[in-house]
Every structure is written in structure tokens, then in C-alpha cells.
Design a protein around this ligand. Structure first.
Ligand SMILES: [Zn+2]
Length: 444
């Protein structure tokens, strides 16, 4: 745990010291989300966060959407309360972890090899802790942000946010009165290109989602007979076609901007039609970028039949479909064409896509804060292939960015940390994040 050598931290180092303990404490509070109410819930985490905020003079409120499913919201007064407010939101729930698979217990918050280990270390108790550490130090030293900041530490993001962000947006929209912009998870992390350049990927777009059920109706019959109307045969062929289909690369605004920045950085023109080569240069983040080039539809479940000599009258499959912003219609038309007229397609769950431009004062504040702490930093936009709570807040007209700043060692498979085994965050990455976040707030 090295002290900052820059000597330029505005927070005087207290937040950098505190962030590690805050992160470990949060990891030790098991908030596993199983997609129903069978987990421990987020109540203890909500209370922990509220206590940490109240200690420094804020007035946090806890909202419980269902027994044990609690979120904490607080408002910090800025220098100019007439300006629109900034929202910093983070979820406190985590996906479950099987301790037997891990090197260190996933709920121990252990420090080893320069990292804090545990479920939530990057998704996203790290950012929760960074936010708490920065806010606490600013409150203790009376350093007001330039405008109001709303803090929301929410439940249930890992299961779609119904009992967290979605609940607050639907039932308590007044909490976010006057908020126009937000920052949160899955962005702001580094990718080291060479010794002269480190990219920080700021998330400006998210793919939309169609989780679908496919059904084929056929005629039931005896398995020994000649049978031309077999639901399983028809459905399997359709699922096979869909699973093998290569959706075309589509150059969204975000991809264009990302490729331009990267081409400039690498000094070579990158061709979106020949992305295999480009992705190979992106190491660990190629997983993140690869899925943002095109729509995808992955078959994930199959169901039919109950006895070997009975032809069932129906067969079903489930498909996880994700579409690029602006390409939903094309996606649905492609699906219908690929599946054919005998397959019935219905949504089990759908969510919109998001895309905002990579410009404006808030983006400038990110770049300024990053460069102050890392002279070879360059912020670039990217698209997340999944979704976050930003989609719920978008319903209130809040423009969201993924900006949870982390400087990472080049060898760490950061994308693989999300929901992965041995999730961990470098201690100095957390401390870097605290310094950047503090500077960012100065300029927000
Ligand atoms: Zn997350």
C-alpha cells in the first residue's frame, strides 16, 4: 500500500487510506443477488453506507423496496445549487460466488499480492468505496462540489434493478430532481497501449436487449410413425441457423469515435470491416469491444418432449438477444427472416439501448482529472455490450457515463474479473481512482 508519490492529491491522502477499508468492509457484507429474494439482501450494506455518510454530516435516506432490499440516497449541496445536479450511482449487490473456486474467500475482503480480493471488488464495491471515501474527505474538510451531487447506492442491479434503481426512479423520482448527468460503473478503467499512451475507456453507450422465447407448434404423435410435422426438428433447425448467423458489423457513433481515437493513438488506420486484426491488438479489453460491433443472438435454453417414443406437440428455446443503439428494427427483422414463419417469437424481457455523445464539460472534467494523475492518459468512449442501472436513470432524462476511474496493471484480465472467479482490484488502482474522482468532482 504505497502512499501517492505525486504529492499533489487534493484530498491529503485520508481518502486514499480510507478507501481500502471501505472497500473491504463492503465486500465482507454479503449482498449476493440470486435474482429473487432468497439472498441476504442489501439492507446491511445500505445501513453501512448511510452510517458512513451520516458521520460526516450528510442526511442519507434508506428506501426499502421489499423486505431487506434497501437503497441509500443522499444529496450534497454544491457551491451553485442553481446548476443541474450530478448523480453518482453505484449498486451494492453482487452476483453469487462459490467459495470453493476461489484462491481467497470471496467475502473476506482479503489483501494479497497488492489487491483487495472478493466478490464485488470491481463490480462494483470498488466504486462505492471510492465515492464514499472522496465524499467523506470533502465533507470533513468543507470542500463543496461546484454543483449539487446526488449519491445513490442501490440494490438489485445484478437482476435488472427492479428493487433498486428502477424502484427509486418509479416511486421516488423527486430524489433526482434537477439531475442532468450521471456517472457510474463499467468505464474509466485503463488499457495501456505503450509507455506513451494509456487509454481510459469511458462508457457512453449500452446495447439494448431482447430476451426471447421461441416456440414451434407441431403435431403430437407416436415416435414409431412417419411424421412430417415434428416441432423439435423445426425448432432445432431454426435455432441452429440463428446460433450460426453472423450479424453484420455496424459502425455506431460510439464505435466510430472509439476507432478514430484508437487509430490516432496507434498511428494506423483501423478498418471496422476487419476488426479481427484490431481486436487482437486490444488484449483483455477485446472481449468488451468485440461484442459492441454487432447485434448478437445466442440460444441459451431448449425445451421439448417427455418420453422417447412420443413426438411432442411443441418445442421451445430461449435466446439472449442484444442489439446496437439504432439497430433494433434491423435486429428484429433479421431474427424473423432467420427463424422463418413457423417459429413464434416473444419477448421474455426487453430493455432499451443507450448512446450519448462523447463531448461536453463533464467529459472534459474526466480527461482533465485523468491527465492530472496519469500524464499519458487519454479518455476514449466505448459501448458496453450489457446494461446497467443507467437505463433506469435515463428514463428521467439523465445522461449517463460509465466512469469509475481505475488504473490497472497491463497484465490484469480486467474484463474477466466481472462476475469471474478471483475478482480483485489493485490497492493502488483504488487509490488512483480516489484521486481522479476527487479532481473530477472539482471540475464537474
Ligand atoms: Zn455492476
Amino acid at each position: 500500500m504505497s502512499e501517492s508519490s505525486t504529492g499533489s492529491t487534493v484530498s491529503g491522502g485520508n481518502a486514499e487510506r480510507e478507501v481500502v477499508d471501505l472497500c473491504r468492509d463492503l465486500i465482507r457484507i454479503d449482498t449476493s443477488n440470486y435474482g429473487d429474494h432468497s439472498g441476504p439482501g442489501e439492507r446491511l450494506a445500505a445501513e453501512y453506507v448511510a452510517e458512513k455518510l451520516a458521520e460526516v454530516g450528510l442526511e442519507p435516506q434508506i428506501f426499502e423496496s421489499h423486505k431487506g432490499r434497501a437503497s441509500t440516497v443522499a444529496r450534497i449541496e454544491g457551491e451553485d445549487p442553481s446548476r443541474p445536479a450530478l448523480l453518482i450511482h453505484g449498486h451494492t449487490d453482487v452476483v453469487p460466488a462459490n467459495a470453493a473456486d476461489w484462491t481467497h474467500d470471496p467475502f473476506s475482503g482479503e489483501i494479497a499480492d497488492g489487491c483487495v480480493w472478493g466478490r464485488g471488488a470491481v463490480d462494483m464495491k470498488d466504486m462505492d468505496a471510492m465515492t464514499l471515501a472522496v465524499v467523506r474527505e470533502r465533507m470533513r474538510t468543507g470542500r463543496k462540489p461546484p454543483r449539487d451531487i446526488v449519491l445513490a447506492f442501490v440494490a438489485d442491479e445484478e437482476a435488472g434493478g427492479t428493487y433498486g434503481a428502477r424502484y427509486l426512479v418509479d416511486k421516488h423520482p423527486g430524489l433526482f430532481e434537477g439531475v442532468n448527468e450521471a456517472i457510474s460503473e463499467v468505464g474509466g478503467f485503463s488499457f495501456t497501449v505503450n509507455e506513451k499512451l494509456r487509454l481510459y475507456l469511458v462508457e457512453t453507450a449500452q446495447k439494448g436487449m431482447h430476451w426471447m422465447k421461441l416456440t414451434v407448434d407441431g403435431t403430437a404423435g407416436h415416435g414409431s410413425m412417419i411424421h412430417k410435422d415434428n416441432a423439435i426438428t423445426e425448432l432445432s433447425e431454426a435455432v441452429g441457423r440463428l446460433g450460426r448467423h453472423k450479424f453484420p458489423v455496424r459502425v455506431t457513433k460510439t464505435l466510430r469515435h472509439f476507432l478514430d481515437e484508437l487509430s490516432d493513438a496507434l498511428g494506423t488506420e483501423l478498418d471496422p470491416e476487419n476488426m479481427d486484426e484490431t481486436l487482437a491488438k486490444l488484449g483483455g479489453i477485446s472481449k468488451l469491444i468485440g461484442a459492441s460491433l454487432q447485434n448478437t443472438a445466442n440460444p441459451t435454453q431448449l425445451g421439448a418432449g417427455y418420453k422417447v417414443n412420443v413426438i411432442p406437440g411443441q418445442a421451445t428455446a430461449h435466446v439472449d438477444g442484444r442489439y446496437l443503439p439504432g439497430y433494433e428494427e434491423e435486429f428484429l427483422a433479421d431474427l424473423d427472416r432467420i427463424l422463418g414463419p413457423n417459429v413464434r417469437r416473444e419477448d421474455v424481457h426487453a430493455d432499451k439501448a443507450l448512446e450519448t455523445t462523447f463531448d461536453g464539460a463533464l467529459v472534459d472534467a474526466m480527461q482533465t482529472a485523468l491527465v492530472a494523475e496519469d500524464p499519458i492518459a487519454r479518455a476514449v468512449p466505448y459501448m458496453l455490450s450489457a446494461g446497467t442501472d443507467a437505463k433506469s436513470f435515463d428514463d428521467l432524462g439523465i445522461r449517463g457515463f460509465g466512469f469509475a476511474p481505475l488504473k490497472l496493471p497491463p497484465e490484469l484480465d480486467f474484463a474477466g474479473m466481472f462476475h469471474g472467479v478471483d475478482e480483485r482490484v489493485p490497492v493502488d488502482g483504488l487509490q488512483f481512482g480516489v484521486r481522479v474522482l476527487d479532481r473530477f468532482i472539482d471540475h464537474c
